[in-house]
Design a protein around this ligand. Structure first.
Ligand code: SF4
Length: 203
């Protein structure tokens, strides 16, 4: 226990032995959860929104801890999030996959996926992300989506699930589910029209 708490930065461990969860901060509780998760010496941990309830100032330290466990103990992480900023941070050392209505629409290494996005959904997502520099923000154009409505999980559109919203949709998009195809060195995209969609020039 003592060693585990040291690994995850809950120090000095003996100070925490008799604490209850409500005595700990959100960040400390997340560290204890990580300590508990590595007891069985896992090769893989699925971390679903692990920092969403943690104060913003502590998020990076938890993500850094996950990367430390990856580096030092060889644990692989599948990090699931809605937060582009933390996804960008943690994917520096791995691959990133973007999902729309339950399917992966684009995947690859961070530099390819976030800097040269090919799928219109990802282009729209990145165009909507806030930019701190107003001069850069002014130049960025939003992708003109046909609809702002996202279908429910019980009514996923046939064919490409994004077609009711996609400005590039053609007939085939409403008929066939596009499969992931390698466009360049492991940068995969699921889009019937990936080769004709203009590159993302919004940055
Ligand atoms: S498959 Fe068609 S609808 Fe889906 S993202 Fe590509 S162009 Fe748009």
């Amino acid at each position: 226990m003592e060693e585990l708490l040291r690994i995850v930065g809950v120090i000095p461990p003996e100070y925490f032995f008799n604490k209850y969860p409500h005595h700990l901060s959100g960040g400390m509780r997340q560290r204890v959860v990580l300590a508990r998760s590595i007891i069985p010496k896992p090769q893989f941990i699925l971390a679903d929104e692990p920092v969403s309830m943690v104060d913003a100032s502590l998020r990076l330290s938890i993500l850094d801890l996950m990367m430390k466990l990856n580096r030092e103990l060889g644990v692989a992480f599948l990090y699931i999030t809605h937060d582009l900023a933390t996804a960008r941070y943690i994917a520096r050392r791995g691959r990133i996959a973007v999902m729309y209505l339950g399917r992966i629409v684009e995947t690859g290494v961070l530099a390819d996926v976030f800097e040269r996005p090919l799928h219109p959904y990802l282009q729209a997502l990145l165009a909507a992300a806030p930019i701190p520099d107003p001069k850069v923000a002014k130049k960025r154009k939003a992708l003109p989506l046909k609809s702002l409505e996202v279908a429910g999980a019980d009514a996923i559109p046939i064919g490409c699930a994004f077609h009711p919203r996609c400005p590039y949709a053609k007939e085939i998009c409403a008929q066939e589910v596009p499969q992931l195809e390698d466009r360049e060195n492991g940068h995969l995209v699921a889009c019937h029209r990936a080769e004709v969609i203009p590159p993302w020039h919004l940055m």
